[in-house]
Design a protein around this ligand. Structure first.
Ligand SMILES: Cc1cc2nc3c(=O)[nH]c(=O)nc-3n(C[C@H](O)[C@H](O)[C@H](O)COP(=O)(O)OP(=O)(O)OC[C@H]3O[C@@H](n4cnc5c(N)ncnc54)[C@H](O)[C@@H]3O)c2cc1C
Length: 374
């Protein structure tokens, strides 16, 4: 049976539950992972369909309280995307000899989830990567960790958290703590790869690292840095190209364009995001280094939040005053998305980018940058 791609988040629950390992996650022509069944290994038990979170049901939590959160340690703020909430929570889990799962950008610039038991590995998880993360075999590994009585923190997009819950089913989750992100959508890993290749062509060097939304210009400015060895390349049309593609919603996963998790009903114990517009509520607040928004969704979440009180400056907020689109409704596919994909698949990435952003756009970008400088 043909898979309906508009109903698959790529969460890997079906692959993880399969008793005969008949399911593999393989990329489609747009680079998104989808389950592929090896019919010879399939025994028709149907567990893959039963475990799929797409069928939904009610979200387990209605969010209760909301807070702005700024970690007290400046070094933490420098190395995270918002206000350092993830670091504070994961520090608690590490202090209990627990295990942390989250997304990293590896040395080949691939985004995938890893298991971390040390500060060093946890630090590799910090920071947002605006690309869909490959969960690999994390779900099975989490199940093992829980069975061994370990405390586990899983952080990811809401569809990943929901997929994990569906997969775990009746497993005892007393020691599991989940953090979902406020998520605007996940772009294609293949387009990310193409973007890196184009960047390398423009720079005539191998890109060895990349920083999404570094805080050099402050938390509210969304610009990127590419590294070639020790050299930093920031803020050119090509370093910022991927984020342009992200915000224009040209290359999102299909399900991100009708995402059921974009609401105040949440799947994680805590929700983390950027506390945008907080200066309208607390005009005296210094927001330069970043502010997290924390939504406390469950009793478990409340307990964890109480444990991190001392690590940060915390301000109660009225959720209605700092509400943002991904907490209300799903983003929609860009009108020119199909055209972009057709251009890409027929003529390659550079042509697709030129078609959509053209010379005029590059010139406009450079003029704006020049004006901003003076
Ligand atoms: C694709 C994406 C879209 C987002 N959209 C919004 C938005 O619209 N509004 C908003 O307020 N916040 C959004 N965020 C969340 C925000 O950017 C911060 O990640 C979040 O506030 C955590 O910041 P922090 O300082 O607490 O943690 P950090 O130390 O920055 O830790 C980052 C956390 O995000 C997780 N993570 C990073 N990249 C990925 C990924 N690709 N897939 C799954 N998990 C990932 C890590 O596992 C880690 O837990 C988005 C994040 C991502 C990854």
């Amino acid at each position: 049976m043909e898979l309906d791609k508009s109903k698959c988040f790529g969460c890997t629950a079906c692959k993880a539950v399969c008793p005969t390992k008949a399911i593999q996650m393989l990329p489609d022509e747009r680079g998104f992972l989808y389950p592929c069944v090896n019919e010879e290994k399939c025994v028709g038990c149907n567990r893959c369909e039963q475990v799929c979170p797409y069928k939904g049901g009610a979200m387990p939590f209605e969010t209760g309280e909301a807070f702005a959160f700024i970690h007290k340690d400046k070094n933490v703020l420098k190395n995270c995307t918002s206000g350092g909430l993830f670091t504070a929570i994961s520090d608690i889990v590490l202090s209990k000899n627990g295990v942390i799962y989250g997304a990293t950008l590896d040395e080949n610039l691939h985004v995938h989830h890893i298991r971390a038991v040390s500060r060093q590995d946890r630090d590799r998880i910090r920071g947002s990567k605006y690309v869909q993360s490959d969960l690999k075999d994390c779900f099975a590994s989490i199940k093992n960790d829980l069975k061994e009585g370990k405390v586990v923190l899983f952080s990811g997009t809401p569809c990943q958290v929901d997929g994990l819950h569906h997969f775990l089913g009746s497993v005892n989750i007393e020691n599991l703590f989940t953090c979902d992100l406020i998520c605007n959508g996940c772009p294609s890993p293949l387009i990310w790869e193409e973007n890196v290749k184009l960047l390398e062509k423009k720079l005539h060097k191998k890109v060895t690292g990349y920083s999404f939304r570094p805080k050099e210009w402050g938390w509210n400015i969304h610009k990127e840095i590419a590294y070639t060895g020790n050299k930093k390349h920031h803020s050119t049309f090509y370093t910022d190209l991927f984020i342009r593609l992200y915000y224009s919603r040209l290359v999102m996963r299909n399900t991100c364009n009708h995402c059921p998790y974009t609401s105040l009903s949440r799947v994680g114990d805590l929700t983390m995001g950027d506390c945008r517009n907080i200066e309208k509520i607390y005009p005296e607040m210094d927001t330069f280094d970043g502010v997290s928004l924390v939504l406390v969704n469950s009793l478990n979440g409340r307990k964890m939040f109480e444990r991190i009180f001392d690590t940060a400056a915390i301000y109660p907020v009225d959720i209605n005053k700092i509400i943002q689109p991904p907490l209300i409704k799903s983003g929609k596919e860009a009108r020119s998305s199909e055209r972009f994909w057709n251009n890409y698949l027929n003529d390659g990435f550079e042509t697709a980018v030129r078609e959509h952003y053209g010379k005029f756009c590059v010139a406009k970008y450079n003029i704006k940058k020049l004006l901003h400088k003076n």
